[in-house]
Design a protein around this ligand. Sequence first.
Ligand code: 13P
Length: 249
Amino acid sequence: MRQPIIAGNWKMNNTIAGTKALLTDLIPLVADAKAEVVVCVPYTDIAAAGEIIKGTNIKLGAENVHWAEKGAFTGEISADMLVELGVEYVVVGHSERRQYFGETDQTVNARVKAALAKGLKPIICVGETLEEREGGLVESVLVRQTTEAFKDIDKSQLENTVIAYEPVWAIGTGKTATAQDANDTIAIIRNTMAELYCKDCAENKVRIQYGGSMNPKNASELMAMPQIDGGLIGGASLKAVDFSQVVKY
Ligand code: 13P
């Protein structure tokens, strides 16, 4: 019922030349994928990526979007700018933004609203730090992050949103949540969505990905879990063969 969605988050990797090489290799490898395939690329690579994947099953994504429509925000990128380049998905609230760039639950919510208002589909990242996990705060952190991210977002927009559960301690560390643990934690997020909206909304309209050291070796086990609707892939999305193996888990 919920179509799986596997998205690469390239982070600050690949110039235009690298973008062309990686996508040229990737296109034939994922042409028959059953999952929705997305690549979220740095701003400077978006135009080149869009050209190369035109007419293929790979969809274009960005890694952030500003909440204002336009104005004096030096260095920022608006939703209109992304839409003009054919961007469909945009990562919002990644833990690296929260950790290093002062992203808060409130700014995440503002970015989600700005994205949806222009027809972009936000991939909204939530997840606990190791300290929060060890302190028994997983549920309260996820409920708070999810509730704040979706503040004032109408039910009719849920189909245009994706949530990515990314435990911060599993990102780029080689440590993955066990499939069962990821599944159970994602269930907490889905229950939160059921409470915020409705049971059917949570069951049928919202896709929730897992992210954090997902790779060709662990993808099939993670994707077999009933709550896990896809993945947000960092390191393994930078190699065409690895990413294609995750996509075809
Ligand atoms: P890694 O797959 O490199 O752990 O990164 C996950 C991530 O942060 C995706 O957004």
